[in-house]
Design a binder for this molecule. Structure first.
Ligand code: ARG
Ligand code: GLU
Length: 723
């Protein structure tokens, strides 16, 4: 019976390939792929309104914010909207106990007050071009140099090709222009992107964390949600509008295109679409990779982060200064932790192993019929590699999660220290002096204002103990053996010893050692240095051993994917996310998480007040917001029933990197700002879940309300185009 249903499904064809609303589609193929479906759902625009290679379109208002988020231009003066959590690092950098923008928010009332952010960039995509045939020709041309056969996926090689294609002259003549070629479908297709990268990006506004991060980690990845997760930046350019390094003579960018904003709100089942830069998905995992992800990667991550977060939280709740110092690190840790839990849940709940097995069986049967054994062989190869690398992968994940991420001092600058010892041994004075300066600067970069040795000492004790329990002794990095030989197995005493004796253990120790006469001896025998170096060596050795599987696995995956593309109609598949510009579409919609429970599509300020808890930092509601609530003074931003909208949910297929993405209605007007997904939906990175997966979106009316009524920065709203 199973078999019969299965062949039936093959005959119908489309069943397995994609469900409505699934997909992160490439803009330049919209017409061939999804435009008519989008029209049927309520899109009023044509493909060229969204993407027009010959003129301005919505695409030109969507930017990559930093390296991992999306943003959108929302005024003729280069104002950019993104999430609070995307600007979090910058807001934190400008914050201190005296000027606490994390707690109090920040609003530049004049452009002169906007704050520069060294290192932050905003990237526009100027051109997208398919270059598959050309890249394949170059790969043949360069095969002599490609000893290991890895060029076809190598960013360095592909970006070299991109520069070759664009021409050095062109790149020199256009400062801030960058080109990139990216592989799609595991290296079966290639696209080239011409980008403009702006680097003078200033902070314009951010709500207090009690709004921008309301619900914090308890609510992260959860619906119903009540977070005003937004912040505002501005792009500055030189007088000609070109990218330029920060300068007081720079002026706000006059962009090609900015989004208009709809304050009319949304109804359930309304059309919604999202443009953005989704990071990574695994739609084309095989069943074996699904199991590996759950049983090794996620399982290690969940267990080790629990240990680290418990330890960190204790310190943070104890001391407000530590709470600021570790806010970003803690949030980063819990974010991927909860995602891992949700993903493993979805893998089991929806039997992803079977879903992917069906996918690969369908390919195997087709390959049989067409006499294309290479596709079946590729599947066997993947199965075999996943099995063989299991132990190494486990140890590598363990070392990474427990030690590299959990023990901060495992990342002290060991390489420079080594070079310095060498220079001192060789009596190379000049070199030694140079390296000493480098070491001091690298140490201070490590022990920056957000590093607290007292916290690291406590947390590391927990992490090292957990690591030692989970990994067999013969696989410990070398330095761990001291714990048995010199500390009677007491890893806490070992950690205390490291901090007390090491020159990296405190600023004081460091000062004393670098000004002392016996620096060479201190460095050579420094226990923390030896520890970090031995962790580094073990990580490198694991990486090297695992790397021997990478090339064959990638090749097998390329062949597998080639088979999938050959088997199905052209334009059926969307490529896995790879931080390139994509469009997702669907409907505004609630969902049913469990039997008998129904979640609506929209939340309101009533929920903020329900969740309020003045004794829990995650759910504190600012006084000013409470005052506006009690008078019902929501200005023009209220819903028809008088309530203030906060967030809504939609069936759009999104992932990490889509944070800050514009959510638009059928007319292409901005209705919200994507910032999260529900945890029942994070498994969508492997398999889209139409009934469960929802993008979580701040309602644009809440954003406008906070800027205007809460912060009194009405001039910013006046800069925008409201419809
Ligand atoms: N889950 C969202 C995204 O992946 C938001 C993360 C930031 N918020 C937080 N509480 N950690 O990245
Ligand atoms: N918060 C995520 C981000 O930073 C988006 C949520 C998701 O993974 O869908 O990109």
């Amino acid at each position: 019976m199973r078999k019969l249903l299965f062949s039936l499904a093959i005959m119908i064809g489309v069943v397995f390939t994609s469900t409505a609303d699934e997909g992160m589609w490439m803009l330049q193929l919209l017409k061939q792929q999804k435009l008519s479906e989008m029209h049927a759902l309520g899109l009023k625009l044509e493909d060229y309104d969204i993407y027009n290679p010959d003129g301005a379109s919505i695409k030109d208002a969507v930017v990559q914010f930093g390296r991992g988020c999306t943003g959108e231009v929302i005024s003729s003066q280069g104002l950019v909207l993104t999430n609070h959590h995307c600007g979090f690092g910058q807001i934190q950098q400008h914050s201190s106990l005296g000027n606490n923008y994390l707690d109090d928010g920040f609003w530049a009332m004049r452009q002169e007050d906007e704050l520069p952010n060294p290192g932050l960039t905003v990237t526009f995509i100027d051109q997208i071009e398919e270059v598959t045939a050309w890249v394949k020709e170059c790969l043949v041309r360069d095969r002599e140099r490609d000893k290991e056969g890895i060029f076809y996926l190598s960013p360095a090689y592909l970006n070299g090709l991109a520069r070759e294609k664009a021409g050095e002259q062109f790149l020199n003549d256009h400062p801030g222009t960058e080109v990139e070629i990216k592989p799609f479908f595991e290296g079966n297709q290639y696209y080239m992107f011409t980008k403009k990268v702006y680097s003078d990006i200033r902070l314009v506004g951010a709500p207090p964390s009690a709004i921008g991060k309301f619900g914090a980690d308890t609510d992260n990845w959860m619906w119903p949600r009540h977070t005003g997760d937004f912040s505002l930046f501005r792009i500055y350019a030189d007088k000609e509008g070109n990218p330029a390094a920060f300068s007081t003579s720079n002026v706000p960018l006059k962009p090609k295109r900015w989004l208009t904003i709809s304050t009319r709100g949304v109804e359930e089942d309304d059309f919604a679409m999202i443009l953005g830069f989704p990071g990574t998905t695994h739609k084309y995992y095989t069943s074996w990779e699904v199991a590996e992800r759950r049983d090794i990667d996620n399982s290690v991550r969940i267990r080790m982060r629990e240990v680290r977060q418990d330890a960190l939280l204790e310190e943070m709740l104890h001391d407000p200064a530590v709470k600021i110092q570790y806010a970003s690190k803690y949030a980063g840790s819990t974010n991927a932790y909860k995602n891992a839990i949700g993903t493993s849940w979805a893998i089991d709940m929806h039997n992803f192993e079977q879903v992917k097995r069906d996918q690969q069986n369908r390919l195997a049967e087709w390959a049989d019929r067409k006499n294309k054994p290479q596709y079946t062989d590729a599947l066997k190869e993947i199965e075999c590699i996943v099995k063989e690398r299991a132990d190494l992968r486990y140890r590598s994940w363990m070392l990474n999660e427990a030690v590299n991420r959990g023990v901060e001092f495992s990342t002290i600058p060991t390489a420079i220290a080594e070079h310095l010892v060498k220079a001192l041994e060789d009596d190379d004075q000049a070199e030694a002096e140079k390296l000493l300066v480098q070491l001091e600067s690298a140490y201070h970069q490590f022990a920056d204002k957000d590093y607290n040795p007292g916290v690291d000492r406590k947390v590391s004790k927990k992490m090292i103990a957990a690591y030692m329990q989970a990994v067999p002794e013969e696989h410990y990095p070398g330095a761990f053996h001291l714990i048995a030989s010199d500390f009677e197995g007491d890893s806490d005493r070992f950690v205390d010893f490291l901090f007390d004796q090491s020159l990296f253990g405190s600023e004081e120790n460091f000062r004393r050692a670098v000004s002392g006469a016996t620096l060479i001896e201190s460095l050579r025998n420094d226990p923390m240095f030896l520890f970090a170096k031995s962790v580094r060596d073990e990580a490198a050795s694991l990486r090297a051993q695992l790397a021997s599987y990478d090339v064959p696995l990638s090749l097998a995956r390329r062949t597998f994917m080639e088979g999938m593309l050959a088997m199905d109609e052209p334009y059926t598949h969307f490529p896995d996310a790879n931080l390139t510009l994509r469009i997702s579409y669907g409907k505004v919609k609630g969902y049913q998480p469990r039997d008998g429970v129904v979640y609506k599509h929209q939340t309101t300020i009533e929920g903020v007040m329900e969740k309020e808890d003045p004794d829990n930092w995650e759910f504190v509601v600012p006084e000013k917001l409470k005052a506006l609530y009690s008078t019902g003074d929501f200005g023009p931003y209220a819903m028809p029933d008088g309530k203030l909208p906060i967030a809504f949910a939609a069936t759009t297929h999104t992932t990490g990197g889509n944070s800050g993405s514009p959510v638009m209605n059928g007319a292409g007007e901005l209705i919200g700002l994507n910032f999260d997904r529900n945890w029942e939906g994070v498994g969508g990175d492997i398999q889209y879940l139409p009934d469960y997966q929802r993008s979580i979106i701040v309602d644009i009316r809440y954003v406008l309300f906070v800027i205007d009524k809460f912060a009194g920065a009405k001039h910013l709203v006046e800069e925008m185009e409201l419809r």
